[in-house]
Ligand binder design. Structure first.
Ligand SMILES: [Zn+2]
Length: 438
């Protein structure tokens, strides 16, 4: 599964109304579309703007309600263990301005040198209140994980308002958990900690120094996307496929670890073509795995620069790398090649991600061939796959792999999606007289 992160886009005025993928010259992806069956994919409901980790979770066939939260997955990705009952949140240093009793976000991504970052983070590393231990664990730059231990719950809201000009938010128990003592306590502890952080950081000599230099102060912490460990059926048990994930970003390593896929960290060199090609070569050589997730963040990152032309060029570089997949995987009867994305990332406008579908192409020996000629968000809509939802994709993959279980067969206590899974054989014992009636 080649996953081109954030590949989908909106019609871009700067490209005459085309999406960057439509506007791009993509001969290899187009040939793959001609060889296979095409459609559109949305991880959940069309129109919903999905974050990558949740989109991946759904595409890998897990139910929305079982999502453990980004804070937890990010912690796992950075090798921070989160035990049962603990809570992990994303946390980052912010620049805020005081207005009356509120803190107004000036800068969500303030520029800070590594030494200042380290010193300020050390200042707010440990805190405890109402029997809850709070620890800030740095993840590089202004970002970190906030680990909470005690009677805590992940059912709390974010404090980081993301958009400049909005106030830092009070943490609240989420709907349905207003009476939940753990959620209420978690919110109280976080609010107290955030106020404490603001006081400590504001007084720090490094911030006085920054003020003298005309730099914005780094004087607050913002938290978001609380998560906690939860029991998830391992990928291999769920789908009968031994899985591997090749990705360069820690959140995918965390997701792979949470689902029992082998996380293989790879690096981004600044050359999207070379990086994707290297990952495709690794996937091609990984003989011991049945399912390989080959990920590149390049289209998403290009879209976040809000330059449609740049995204188009990055897509063209990725297409050149896909020449390797075309030569070695498409046409191999042992390979089912799935090319898709997790969500749309619009390369103009205010949204972080947007809710449109992404293209989906599947090439394999048993896969129907349709009449689609080009790989993009509009042409793939004419394909024979139609609209595929996240929770359907793994079932489709099993079917194309000749492995889907006939629904209704019960050869194990829990219904399985794949045929010939683990089962318990009947034991023939020596018949004993008393077992047989008169
Ligand atoms: Zn993504």
């Amino acid at each position: 599964m080649v996953l081109l992160d954030g590949l989908g886009d909106q019609g871009q005025p700067a490209l005459g109304g085309s999406t960057p993928l439509e506007a791009a010259h993509t001969p290899h992806l187009d040939l793959l579309a001609r060889m296979g069956m095409n459609g559109l994919l949305h991880p959940h409901l069309q129109g919903m703007a999905m974050p990558s980790e949740l989109a991946h979770f759904l595409i890998f066939g897990y139910p929305y309600g079982d999502f453990p939260g980004r804070g937890y997955l990010e912690a796992l990705g950075h090798g921070i263990s989160v035990e049962e009952g603990e809570v992990a949140l994303l946390a980052r240093l912010l620049s805020v301005d005081t207005r009356g009793e509120h803190l107004i976000l000036e800068e969500d991504d303030p520029q800070v040198d590594p030494q200042t970052c380290k010193a300020l983070q050390a200042e707010i590393q440990y805190y405890s209140h109402l029997g809850v231990e709070v620890e800030f664990r740095p993840m590089g730059g202004i970002q970190g994980i906030l680990l909470l231990k005690g009677e805590v719950s992940p059912k709390v809201t974010d404090s980081n308002p993301i958009h400049s000009g909005r106030p830092i938010l009070e943490v609240l128990a989420v709907e349905g958990h207003e009476e939940d003592p753990r959620a209420v306590k978690t919110a109280r502890v976080l609010n107290a900690y955030l106020v404490w952080c603001h006081r400590k950081l504001s007084k720090h000599p490094l911030n006085r120094e920054r003020k003298r230099m005309g730099l914005p102060p780094i004087n607050a912490l913002g938290t978001q996307r609380a998560g906690a460990k939860r029991k998830l059926t391992p990928f291999q048990e769920k789908w009968g496929l031994k899985g591997m994930s090749l990705a360069s970003v820690p959140i995918y390593w965390g997701l792979a670890r949470a689902l029992g896929l082998k996380a293989v960290p790879v690096e981004d060199s600044g050359d999207p073509e070379g990086d994707l090609k290297e990952r495709l070569i690794l996937a091609h050589q990984a003989g011991d795995f049945d399912f390989i997730h080959v990920h590149t963040k390049a289209p998403d990152e290009a879209a976040h620069t809000k330059d449609p032309q740049h995204k188009k060029e990055v897509i063209e570089a990725l297409d050149r790398a896909m020449g390797f997949a075309l030569d070695t995987m498409a046409g191999d009867p042992e390979v089912l090649l799935v090319i898709t994305s997790d969500h749309s990332t619009p390369s103009s406008g205010a949204m972080i991600h947007s809710g449109e579908t992404v293209p989906l192409t599947i090439v394999g020996e048993r896969v129907r061939r349709d009449r689609v000629e080009r790989f993009n968000e509009v042409d793939c809509a004419q394909g024979a796959l139609g609209l595929v939802k996240g929770r359907e994709l793994m079932h489709l993959i099993l079917s194309f792999m000749d492995k889907a279980q006939l629904q209704g067969l019960m050869d194990s206590p829990s219904p399985r999606a794949y045929a010939k899974g683990p089962s318990k054989p009947l034991t023939i014992k020596e018949p004993r007289e008393e077992n047989y009636g008169p």
